[in-house]
Design a binder for this molecule. Structure first.
Ligand code: BG6
Length: 485
């Protein structure tokens, strides 16, 4: 492990994301020696806090972790607080002085990470001020990390991107999609491209369909203010699901480098079949949770309009029209208040052309990536049933679960992504072109849906797996969801 020198400036340093994800992840990097002496963190937000108070917050956020009091104190001593109004030019001057001072004090050599963990409406003004008020350095790197949502449609995303690009070039912009930091999402290229048994079969000739399920048991919780204006399509499909689709359908990168991977992901997302209104009606289902399982309906939640049309569930059939995957249905679904928290990908292969063992339909081979919880993979095969007088076929599962020891060492999503930012490795971040093509696809769906008869949203009981339409979507093709809790 080599120590990384960096100054983090976190806009939104008192926020939920910073406390729940960033500080614990930074601490893990510290524990592993990637961050040691030569780093500092400036947290900014509007409230007037002291360094002491801020450091206490940082210690609180890591208190559940394996940590000694001494480690906690040493680690948190690198944290500084600066009260800051993102629109006030003068405040950036104060920030610059503090940054320069800490750069010297910790011998950081000008490396800076600007982490925008705030409402997206402030992204461009922060980038502008950071650049024009001289917060960027000449001697080190200057990287901007941007949390989602990156726009809410093509138009707003283009505007946002243009305004950021005026001050930071694409290569210095790290758009976070925390799914890309998940171990089993990262494993997709490994399985596809390091095993010839999959490499050879990974195309329309042998893959019947792919299924992606991102189901959550939680409801909208405290985030209705954001969610009411977003909905599941923007919240989960535009980013996490389409990024997963890209990794599953891209062609092999020349080498496993960030430039090569991004190139192939962009091509895959560019090849997404964009639906017209009839296509949306036929291929997409929208739902919203009603009461069920002792839980309240979405419309009864705090800050939700009593007649809200926001979708808390989406299922759809997607096509990536490239040479190898054209015609392979990719069924996706995501929703809140479903039966269980489960993220998994099932790659369903076609049957052998003929069953020499009898009349019965053979079970299909299925490769499953189990993303959350309990990361691992499964392969469903057919084998001989142990039987004395009859030769027959039975379905078997090969299972691999990363054991507890590996799991305990597995970096949580943010830690891996922060590490990549420090390394300047952009492979696990969304390139602007990926974001653009994803919005183009999603916009068409939203528009097509809005043009349909008013109120085309299916209520589903909380605790179920969504509206029936999500099953019908597959049934129409003679398929069914492999994951059925
Ligand atoms: C976020 C969404 O991006 O992902 C949330 O905004 C969602 O609504 C979350 O709950 C799910 O992430 P994970 O890692 O728990 O599957």
């Amino acid at each position: 492990t080599s120590e990384q020198k960096s100054l983090f400036i976190i806009f939104g340093g008192t926020g939920d994301l910073a406390q729940r994800k960033l500080y614990p992840s930074l601490f893990n990097l510290y524990k592993q020696g990637y961050l040691k002496e030569n780093f500092a963190v400036i947290g900014t937000a509007r409230r007037p806090w002291t360094n002491e108070r801020y450091q206490q917050i940082v210690r609180n956020s890591i208190s559940g972790m394996e940590i000694t009091a001494r480690q906690a104190n040493e680690f948190s001593s690198h944290f500084y607080y600066q009260s800051h109004n993102v629109n006030d030019t003068q405040h950036y001057e104060t920030l610059r002085q503090l940054a320069d001072e800490l750069d010297k004090k910790y011998a950081i050599n000008g490396n800076r990470v600007f982490y925008l963990a705030m409402s997206p409406q402030f992204f461009s003004t922060i980038c502008e001020h950071v650049k024009t008020q001289g917060l960027v350095t000449d001697n080190g790197y200057n990287r901007v990390v941007i949390e989602k949502p990156f726009g809410r449609d093509v138009k707003s995303a283009v505007e946002l991107n243009d305004s950021i690009n005026q001050y930071f070039p694409e290569d210095d912009v790290y758009r976070i999609d925390h799914y890309l930091g998940k171990e089993m999402i990262q494993s997709i290229p490994a399985l596809r491209f390091s095993n010839n048994i999959f490499n050879a079969l990974w195309n329309y000739r042998y893959i019947d369909n792919i299924q992606i399920t991102l189901s959550e048991a939680l409801g909208v919780e405290e985030r209705a203010g954001y969610y009411e204006n977003a909905g599941a399509l923007r919240d989960m499909v535009q980013n996490h699901i389409l990024q997963t689709v890209a990794l599953l359908t891209m062609n092999a990168p020349t080498m496993y480098t960030d430039a090569d991977i991004r190139k192939e992901k962009i091509s895959a997302l560019k090849a997404l079949r964009v639906y017209d209104q009839a296509g949306v009606k036929q291929n997409f289902v929208f739902g919203q949770y009603g009461a069920g399982n002792g839980q309240a309906a979405y419309r009864e939640e705090n800050q939700v309009a009593p007649d809200s049309k926001t979708e808390t569930f989406v299922a759809g059939k997607i096509f990536v029209d490239n040479m190898s995957m054209a015609g392979v249905p990719i069924y996706v679904r995501t929703g809140k208040r479903l039966t269980t928290k489960n993220t998994q990908i099932d790659v369903v292969f076609k049957n052998a052309p003929y069953n020499i063992f009898g009349e019965d339909q053979l079970k299909r081979n299925i490769l499953t990536f189990k993303v959350d919880p309990n990361p691992g993979m499964e392969l469903r095969l057919n084998g001989k049933k142990v039987d004395f007088d009859q030769y027959s076929i039975q379905s078997m599962h090969l299972k691999h679960e990363h054991g507890e020891e590996i799991q305990s060492k597995m970096p949580v999503g943010y830690e891996k992504l922060l590490y990549d930012v420090l390394q300047g490795d952009t492979a696990s971040f969304s390139h602007w072109d990926e974001v653009y093509y994803s919005w183009r696809f999603v916009d068409a769906i939203r528009q097509g849906w809005q043009k349909q008869a008013e109120g085309q949203i299916d209520l589903y009981p909380a605790g179920s797996m969504g509206p029936k339409g999500a099953d019908d979507l597959l049934a129409a093709d003679g398929n069914q969801w492999h994951f059925r809790p």
